[in-house]
Write a protein that binds this ligand. Sequence first.
Ligand code: GLV
Ligand code: MN
Ligand code: MN
Length: 411
Amino acid sequence: MSFAALWESLLPLGRDAGTGGYRRFSWTAADAECRRWFLHEAAERNLRAITDRNGNLWAWWDPPGTAVSAAAGTGAVVTGSHLDSVPDGGAYDGPLGVVTAFAAIDVLRGQGKVPVRPLAVAAFCEEEGARFGVACLGSRLLAGAIEPARARALADSGGTTFAGAMTAAGQDPAALGPDQALVAGIGAYVELHIEQGRALADLGAAIGVAERIWPHGRWRLTFTGRADHAGTTRLGDRRDPMLAAATTILAARGAAARHGSLATIGKLIAEPGAVNAISSSVTAWLDARAPDEARLHAVVDDVLTQARTAAVAHGVDAGCAQESVTPAVDFDAALRDRMVATLAAAGIRAPVLPTGAGHDAGVLAARVPAGMLFVRNPTGVSHSPAEHAEPGDCATGVTALAAVLGDLACR
Ligand code: GLV
Ligand code: MN
Ligand code: MN
């Protein structure tokens, strides 16, 4: 099947008619549709489909005469990405890596290639952390980078836990946890992803290879004050948590600029949320990323110090919980150089670039040789319905991924 037809078949699933953005949250109806799409595409290609104990999807192309998937020593090659989205996310962040993976298998088969080691397409669960708060949850669970009990207890905004949502979707949360055998059998993980910046556009290159991921994390800040009447409470008598939150939002911007980093408050919940009442509490989520760990800690400490000072000034209590932190990831140098050489031999110039975006490849890199390919994003916009990649660049992505997988897994 052509990349375009495959892409079109996934495009309507989970798209909001009003915004044009995607709302593919884990274990929802939209997620189930995406999972059915994955299993259908696996079946169409006679790939062995498995949903693992952490809700990640796998479609295995086994070497002829075997049905081994990954087991220690098999050196399986895995490619893929994720199908879930941020609220009103774009079409490409995640799905491009899964669709190009299936399309690359079609290309390899069209070239008469045969795998000499197991080759799998994977789609990882809850990569965005949009519903349950911790990004890359499925790959973290697989790699043993989060306690299963903590994952089970993570709750969405309506109070449904990850365990509850999984159970409702027909999967057993008691089985959550690391899969040592599966991880030990993976010889390489290669994730293709739309670039979430403009570096490739500036360099005039359709494809890039990842060098490293900036360290990054999420912190939940809670400001608790006193609900009161907006029309009668004197200014001096107020304990308004929104004022401390507002100061913190501006503090994030200033601290990021001072520390050569990025810091964002993109989500804020005010309780009880009445127009004519001072809020009783405000919860704000800080997302911070930096070129190195020292600057990440500096920017977060700076924001938290200012948040506490603002809380005292406005008579409110301030609390902070770290939701996730991912250290800097340097991708496997040998795999990176091999991919660059393979692409050069295929006539594809692929600059090597760092990124501030998080990926399952970054989590898996702690356990297996991992690497990433990026496809040019002409505007750099991502986590938005406006995210876009040109069809020609997506086609080059399929060619590039097929070349890399052919080199790593086929003869
Ligand atoms: C994932 O897209 C992230 O970097 O937040
Ligand atoms: Mn994303
Ligand atoms: Mn992504």
